[in-house]
Design a protein around this ligand. Structure first.
Ligand SMILES: [Zn+2]
Length: 189
C-alpha cells in the first residue's frame, strides 16, 4: 500500500495515475474499509463508501459533468455509510431492497453504538457513536452475477461471492486482472 496522506478525517493514497484509495484512519479498525476511486474514460468508479461519519463526496475529485458510478460491495456499515451522498448508486441484487431502509440489524450499525474505541479522534465536538445512523440510499441499479460495470475503457464483471455476507459482490477487470473483493477476501485483518 502506498503512503497514506492523513487529512482531517480521511486518509488518501495514490496507487497509480488511475487509482486512489481512501480510508478512515480515526475509526476502529473493525470498521475501517478501503474506498477505491478509479478513473475511467467515460465515467469514474467508486468502490464502497466508508462509514459516513464525515461527508465523503467532497474528498472524491471528479471533473465537472463526469459521471461517478458508486458500487457498494455489500450492505455493511463501513461500505454504505456515505452511499446516500452520490446519485449513481449500485449494489448487490440480493440485498437491493434493503438499501431503502438501511436497517441497523442489516448493516450491523448497532454494533458501532457501544464499540469500545469507536473513534480515536472526534469527528465533531459533540459527536457520539450512539447517535450514528446510516441514511437511506435506494439503489439506482442492482448488480447480479455476470453484470458489467462499464467505464468506457475499463469494464468490471460482477461476481456474486456470498460468505462474508449473503450479498457480497466483487468487481473483476478481466483485461488487467484488477479485482475488488470487498470483504469477501482478507489479507490478515
Ligand atoms: Zn463487511
Amino acid at each position: 500500500m502506498p503512503e497514506l496522506e492523513v487529512g482531517d478525517w480521511f486518509g488518501k493514497a495514490t496507487v497509480d495515475a488511475g487509482t486512489t484509495v481512501l480510508t478512515e484512519p480515526f475509526v476502529h479498525d473493525f470498521v475501517r474499509a478501503n474506498i477505491w476511486h478509479l478513473k475511467g474514460r467515460d465515467a469514474d468508479l467508486l468502490v464502497d463508501t466508508g462509514m459516513g461519519i464525515r461527508p465523503l463526496a467532497p474528498e472524491v475529485d471528479t471533473p465537472p459533468g463526469k459521471p461517478l458510478i458508486v458500487v457498494a460491495t455489500h450492505i455493511h456499515l463501513d461500505h454504505v455509510g456515505s452511499l446516500h451522498e452520490f446519485p449513481l448508486r449500485m449494489g448487490p441484487k440480493v440485498s437491493a431492497a434493503k438499501f431503502d431502509g438501511m436497517d441497523d440489524t442489516v448493516t450491523y450499525a448497532y454494533m458501532f453504538y457501544n464499540l469500545d474505541g469507536a473513534v480515536s479522534k472526534l469527528p465533531a465536538p459533540d459527536w457520539k457513536a450512539a447517535d450514528y445512523r446510516i441514511p437511506s440510499a435506494p439503489l439506482t441499479r442492482a448488480l447480479d452475477e455476470g453484470d458489467v460495470v462499464d467505464l468506457g475503457d475499463r469494464k468490471f464483471r460482477v461476481l456474486h461471492l456470498p460468505g462474508h455476507s449473503p450479498d457480497s459482490i466483487a468487481l473483476f477487470d478481466e483485461i488487467d486482472g484488477l479485482f475488488f473483493a470487498g470483504d469477501a477476501i482478507y489479507d490478515g485483518m
